[in-house]
Design a protein around this ligand. Structure first.
Ligand SMILES: Cc1ncc(COP(=O)(O)O)c(C=O)c1O
Length: 345
């Protein structure tokens, strides 16, 4: 079998489509700090409408959108709750603490889906010794639980519990559209049950840059100030926003293809002796593959696959993460399965 390159490190590797490049080249732009970029307005309005919220703010990255949300919802010294493996808690340089000045506690939840009962148990009564808990952040899909998506029922019941407990609810929806497509619902269905959410256009949707923070009008007005504080105000950002408009209009439904390819990978890999694959109840485009039965470390897996032209990210001690995306074709999946079979035999 001829050697090929199959890059499964991340869906952030997707390149802009021809339609995006054309839209970027032709974008009507102005200085967005003066509020004069019509393409940024168009993207923000489209984003708000798509998730069924009053307003949206275009920011350079998912991490900045999340940090703006923390700064807007919470006061310095308050406490925020995260799922134990959440991106916002583990992978964003501790911004909740060193930028937003918040204390944090975590909840360990199966496949990243926090149950109302777990939230009830995590809430401590009003006590002068404790930081005040004011916000819960959830992740949908959950990156570090094999792209596990929440069901609408799960979100609804947690959202109700947050209201009972007087907590705001923010959703890190970096891959919100994967979650919606996997559930056969729209992003709006999710948007109805949270106080704010962010989604990235730079992941499976294939735009080159950016994320949208969404919420009600007053939340977004304050978040606008926080974006400025973080140095995220941009000028002729309509150039990149133009790709975002294409992403939302043209790239959502095709995420189902990425899920189908991930599913084929799962089915093929679990056939191989010694390999286990984590399979969340609602799966999307991320797989965590485990080689512990073979005693292969993450380093060894990454290296063995790399020698076969297959790129992935390590998930120590014995795992690796594979992510399907627009540049992965069916014959790439066949190739990975065939090469992996040879590798472990
Ligand atoms: C779940 C989740 N949230 C937030 C982010 C941050 O996005 P960005 O890389 O655009 O800052 C990522 C990035 O991979 C992510 O997977």
């Amino acid at each position: 079998m001829e050697m090929r390159k199959v890059d499964l490190r991340s869906d952030t590797l997707t390149l802009p489509t021809e339609n995006m490049r054309k839209a970027m080249a032709e974008a009507d732009v102005g200085d967005d700090v003066y509020g004069e970029d019509p393409t940024v307005r168009k993207l923000e309005e489209l984003a708000a409408e798509t998730v069924g919220m009053e307003a949206a703010l275009f920011v350079p990255s998912g991490a900045m959108a999340n940090t703006c949300a923390l700064l807007t919802h919470s006061e310095h010294g308050e406490e925020v709750l995260f799922e134990e493996r959440a991106h916002m808690f583990v992978w964003e340089c501790g911004a909740f603490a060193n930028v937003a000045g918040l204390a944090a506690r975590t909840i360990k939840a199966k496949y990243g889906v926090i149950q109302p009962e777990q939230l009830r148990r995590a809430i401590r009564g009003d006590n002068v010794h404790f930081a005040k808990t004011t916000l819960l952040c959830i992740e949908n899909t959950h990156n570090n639980y094999s792209g596990s998506a929440w069901s609408l029922t799960q979100l609804k019941s947690l959202s109700l519990e947050c209201k009972k407990q007087g907590l705001k609810l923010h959703m890190d929806g970096a891959r919100l559209f994967n979650a919606a497509v996997a559930n056969g619902i729209t992003a709006k269905d999710f948007g109805e049950h949270v106080d704010s959410l962010m989604f990235c256009i730079s992941k499976g949707l294939s735009a080159p840059v950016g994320s949208l923070l969404c919420g009600d009008q007053s939340f977004i007005e304050e978040a606008y100030r926080m974006r400025k504080r973080l140095g995220g105000a941009m000028r002729q950002s309509g150039i990149i926003a133009a790709a975002g408009v294409v992403a939302l209009n043209q790239m959502v439904d095709r995420l189902a293809d990425d899920h189908a390819k991930a599913d084929r990978l799962v089915k093929g890999l679990i056939e191989l002796d010694g390999i286990a694959v984590e399979k969340p109840p609602i799966s999307t485009n991320i797989l965590k593959v485990d080689f512990s039965e073979l005693g292969w470390t993450s380093e060894k897996i990454v290296c063995a696959w790399k020698n076969n032209g297959i790129l992935c990210n390590p998930r120590p001690p014995y795992g690796a993460r594979l992510v399907t995306h627009r540049h992965i074709q069916d014959d790439d999946v066949d190739y990975v399965l065939a090469r992996t079979k040879e590798m472990v035999q």
